[in-house]
Design a protein around this ligand. Sequence first.
Ligand code: HEC
Ligand code: HEC
Ligand code: HEC
Ligand code: HEC
Ligand code: HEC
Ligand code: HEC
Length: 361
Amino acid sequence: MKLTAMLRAFGGMLLIACLAFTLSACEGEEGPEGPQGPAGPQGPQGEQGEKGDPGTDGEDGEAGTAGCVQCHDVSATVKAIAVQYEASKHGSGMTFERNGTSCAPCHTHQGFVEVLETGQGSTAASIMNPAPVNCRTCHNIHVNYDQSDYSLATSDPVTMFTGETYDMGSSNLCANCHQPRSADLPEIDGPDFEVTSVRFGPHHGPQSSLLIGASLIKLPGSVSYSSMNSHENVDDGCLTCHMAEAYGAQSGGHTFSMGYDYHGHTVGNTAGCESCHGEIEDFDINGAVTEIEGYLAQLKALLEAEGCLDEEGYAVPGTYGANLAAALWNYRYIALEDRSMGIHNPRLVKAVLQNSIEAVQ
Ligand code: HEC
Ligand code: HEC
Ligand code: HEC
Ligand code: HEC
Ligand code: HEC
Ligand code: HEC
């Protein structure tokens, strides 16, 4: 036996001896794990289970676009409304750059949505990237993705800044914005009154106010004011007249406009009046509009002569007799801010104007 072989045999014996004796006698470091052994042979296949009953066919799932098609279909409804809307003052002329905290609630989409949520009179901050009032401002577009998205963002009664409540059906939506902005009736009780602003009077958009007969100064005079609200029973207020059957994209529907051009002259859209007034040619029912226009012209001349109204219709700041200041308020409200020629509240407007004229004379 060669020496090396002897040594190897001896080493082997030593290792066996070590394993045979106590482990503590052979405390070497543990070696690395050996490679995994080959897989054992596969066992026999089990018996096949019984075949199950075939399931019933599931219902067809909705196509991914089914919700969308309710509105984005081949019919022209959305298109027609969108075209009307673009032609409206809301859609075209919207003063939506007025994005400051006290203006944004009525002049921007985001501001309106925010104050509906918070119930505050102004937004927390100026609105960045202001969007004009649009489909999503008045409806809940792309919320449920079905027809319910056309429901109105709000139709709750509105407590106006001036304290009165406006409650005329779906048009409550409009009254949120078309109300005078914190222009309380001035206390005209002394002999004189100081007019401090060129915008003296309720502004802007006091239409809801006039419709319910608020914010006018009822000067005493020969015409009595009792039960004068002609249009208080127009169920949906503004909508009944302003959103009547559309005339192209000029009037009615989502143009919100009351007049259209026909061969070069303006025609009033009477579609919304006819349920109560029957078939009419124009808005001048019983000559009421002509009469109101006459009073407005007369009052304007008187106020200008007294020096409290300038040619552009602004108030001239100064101290005036109480009656004169009240008449100035009423004139600016009816003629320049409301701008319905008294139609929003014809009988009351007639009475207020007649008594205002008397008071100034
Ligand atoms: C309740 C009706 C309604 C449903 C349902 C609806 N949409 Fe709209 N969608 C609108 C209106 C309204 C507009 C805005 C049109 C306008 O501004 O002129 C609009 C606009 C859009 C636009 C243009 C970009 C934008 O946001 O203004 C896209 C894209 C669109 N919708 C996709 C869809 C898809 C996709 C679905 C389904 C998952 C869907 N819509 C479901 C009503 C609807
Ligand atoms: C979010 C506020 C808001 C709501 C809600 C709103 N409006 Fe307006 N509306 C405005 C503003 C602001 C203007 C002026 C836009 C301009 O001149 O740039 C305006 C303009 C108008 C005009 C055009 C006035 C003109 O000079 O020709 C009419 C009419 C009108 N609105 C009617 C309505 C009716 C009806 C409703 C309800 C269906 C309504 N508005 C809802 C803010 C609103
Ligand atoms: C409560 C809602 C409301 C608030 C708040 C409001 N506005 Fe308006 N504003 C309107 C409405 C509604 C109209 C359109 C009235 C109309 O056409 O009769 C309007 C019209 C205007 C116009 C156009 C008037 C014109 O003579 O052409 C200007 C400018 C304007 N607002 C500026 C402002 C500014 C600036 C603020 C903030 C300091 C403000 N508004 C806050 C509702 C509001
Ligand atoms: C200033 C608010 C306002 C804006 C902006 C507005 N709508 Fe409307 N919309 C209304 C009112 C109010 C109604 C009538 C609801 C009622 O009769 O109760 C209406 C009705 C509708 C209807 C009929 C819903 C039904 O169930 O019959 C559709 C469709 C519609 N609007 C689509 C649009 C689209 C599309 C846009 C944008 C291009 C838009 N609206 C913008 C106020 C608005
Ligand atoms: C009884 C019908 C009727 C009701 C209700 C009504 N309006 Fe009018 N409105 C008119 C008529 C008619 C005019 C005058 C249009 C003209 O001669 O130019 C007018 C004028 C206006 C104007 C002046 C600008 C324009 O379009 O000529 C605004 C803004 C306005 N209305 C908003 C409203 C709002 C907001 C409401 C609801 C709070 C409302 N109206 C309720 C019939 C009505
Ligand atoms: C819901 C019904 C109703 C609707 C809709 C309606 N009105 Fe009237 N209107 C009345 C009532 C009621 C009177 C009061 C009659 C009276 O005082 O003798 C009145 C009075 C008037 C007057 C005064 C008439 C007078 O003799 O002094 C005018 C002007 C007028 N309405 C215009 C309109 C116009 C314009 C429309 C449509 C844009 C309209 N109305 C829509 C019910 C309505």
